[in-house]
Design a protein around this ligand. Structure first.
Ligand code: GSH
Length: 199
């Protein structure tokens, strides 16, 4: 049994979505960052963490790729050229999209007041536009980033697109907006989304 630690209103959503895509059973400890469980599992107190028996995996990307490899879905096999391309999408999204969003968050509310530079956001938006143009070019007419197979970086990019919307980063590309719409219409996304606001 897996235990996902972290509120699904954070990057833990990626893990919950992957669980639903893979049809896996899991418990969810919907704690905020630096909560009691996360602090015991991760020296930084960051979420998400995944408990697998007595072991713990920290970092959403490490967790997603572990689950994908283990359950042989949402990924191309290691050692293939397709996997190299898939990983290049994963790294690009971490560097250029997640990195910009996280820098904006740190300078808005994460860091102590005296360590924030709010003016950085305009630069991040400008940088993000260039990164999105590159992604748009790579996506082209493909259904998913890797073509017709939905993989780990699709979860990452779609999650980041929601984060962009909630933090005021524009997504002006029709191609990328259609791509995101396709992904949030997946049954697994909808099931995961329901965990954000349980009744
Ligand atoms: N690269 C890590 C980032 C984890 C991370 O920064 N998580 C945020 C919540 S989305 C957090 O716990 N922040 C608390 C903090 O930085 O103090 C991942 O993808 O899991």
């Amino acid at each position: 049994m897996y235990t996902v630690v972290g509120s699904p209103k954070t990057r833990a959503f990626r893990v919950v979505w992957a669980m639903e895509e893979l049809g896996l059973a899991y418990d969810l400890v919907a704690e905020p960052p630096r909560g009691e469980t996360a602090a015991a599992l991760n020296p930084t107190g960051k979420i998400p963490c995944l408990k697998v028996g007595d072991a713990t995996i920290i970092d959403s990307v490490a967790i997603l790729q572990y689950l994908a490899d283990k359950h042989d879905a949402l990924t191309y096999p290691a050692g293939t050229l397709e996997r190299a391309e898939q990983d290049s999408f994963t790294q690009f999204i971490c560097d250029e999209i997640d990195g910009a969003l996280w820098t904006a968050a740190r300078n808005k509310f994460v860091n102590p007041q005296e360590k924030r530079v709010p003016a950085i956001k305009d630069i991040l938006i400008w940088e993000m536009e260039r990164s999105l143009q590159a992604l748009e070019q790579r996506l082209g007419e493909r259904e998913f980033l890797m073509g017709d197979r939905f993989t780990v970086p699709d979860i990452l990019l779609t999650h980041c697109a929601g984060w962009m919307r909630s933090s005021g980063f524009p997504l002006e590309s029709d191609l990328l907006r259609d791509y995101v719409r396709r992904n949030i219409n997946r049954d697994a996304y909808k099931k995961a989304d329901a965990t954000r606001n349980p009744s």
